[in-house]
Design a binder for this molecule. Structure first.
Ligand code: Q9C
Ligand code: ZN
Length: 346
């Protein structure tokens, strides 16, 4: 396994403000997340840096206007009299409003190109998001070149980022970028299996009408949990994509027995649908002690997950998503990676 780890400074310069239960707080998605994971996984692995992000690849996953917004948002925010410390929306277009009219002011753009107040843009956001996406791209390139499995320590995470909206701590969809890179490099069909606690609404949307990417997610029921408006079991794809999306919403309190049964249904599809590469959106916010989530997986369960993924036997790119119990984050990620390594060698 090769592990791709970005420049720590670049990642650390992104720390957004988050509106959490009507309080503006430093985001749970904090810089020390990447630091603690890096410390844990570089005990056993020599870290590799990412290459330069391919803007053409980025443009195949995200909308050009959205990317231009992300690039310029912080500078635009600086022009705003009375601005606060992070660029954050306070108004989103409601159902009947004129969303076909391109936004001009930075306030309008923040509402148009975002979908949640858990997320904001700071001075380092664009560079950090690009750096994370470059890790996903490089991890995919290295698997295309023959590596069996790689890990990209992406921060900020990506699976909530849609074609043209940021939210849920995500700006660029790292898993989608890895998957698109695999397709462009010759894969016939990529499976994205998303085990983050939250539904990956962005990844689902990007590939919803396509049959070259199968998207499966196991997550907290959107009736009770973010992102609330996607991730229901009856979302199965549209057009050419019918049957290439699977959602496994599970109730708060879910433990590994129920969770792993849902994983088996996803992995059955990966085989049945003839996927030849696997991208895993690895969130460990399913951990029993996660401060913002309600599943009950243990460190031992993460080890079991790693071995199970290895048994799928496909070239695999593992992309970091969520996980907010910083004390156990490194050990939990390492549990997945180390058992994958051991199982794949055996
Ligand atoms: N009071 C990822 O795990 N809502 N994103 C949090 C906390 C947003 C999670 C509310 C959760 C987003 C990548
Ligand atoms: Zn999550």
């Amino acid at each position: 396994m090769h592990v791709f780890v970005g420049d720590a400074e670049t990642s650390a310069r992104h720390h957004a403000l988050e509106l959490d239960a009507a309080r503006l707080i430093p985001s749970w998605e904090s810089p020390n997340r990447a630091a603690t994971i890096a410390a844990a996984i570089t005990e056993n692995h020599q870290p590799l840096a990412g290459g330069d992000l391919d803007d053409e690849l980025l443009g195949r996953v995200h909308d050009a206007g959205y990317l231009e917004f992300l690039r310029t948002a912080w500078d635009d925010w600086q022009q705003l009299p009375g601005r606060g410390p992070a660029a954050m929306a306070a108004c989103w277009p409601a159902r009947w409003m004129a969303t076909d009219r391109p936004p001009v002011s930075i306030d309008a753009k923040l509402g148009y190109y975002g979908f949640g107040a858990d997320c904001s843009i700071t001075a380092g956001t664009w560079a950090a998001a690009r750096s994370a996406a470059a890790l996903a791209q490089s991890a995919a390139d290295d698997v295309l070149a023959g590596a069996t499995v790689n890990f990209a320590l992406c921060r900020p995470p990506g699976h909530h980022a849609t074609i043209d909206q940021f939210g849920g701590y995500c700006y660029l969809n790292n898993a989608a970028i890895a998957a698109q890179r695999c397709l462009d490099g010759g894969s016939g069909r990529v499976a994205i299996v998303d085990v983050d606690y939250h539904h990956g609404n962005g990844t689902q949307q990007i590939f919803y009408e396509r049959s070259d990417v199968y998207y499966a997610s196991i997550h907290a029921d959107p009736v009770t949990d973010f992102p609330y408006f996607a991730g229901f079991a009856d979302e199965r794809g549209r057009g050419d994509g019918v049957g290439y999306t699977r959602n496994e919403p599970l109730p708060a309190g879910t433990g590994f027995a129920t969770w792993s049964a849902a994983l088996e249904r996803c992995l059955d599809d990966v085989v049945t649908l003839g996927c030849d590469m696997l991208v895993m959106s690895l969130g460990v916010d399913t951990f029993v002690d996660d401060p913002i989530s309600q599943f009950r997986l243990t460190t031992g369960d993460f080890a079991t997950l790693g071995a199970r993924l290895a048994a799928v036997g496909l070239p695999t790119v593992i992309v970091m998503e969520g996980g907010y119990d910083v004390d156990d984050l490194g050990v939990n990620v390492a549990a997945v990676l180390d058992t994958f390594d051991i199982a794949r060698v055996a």
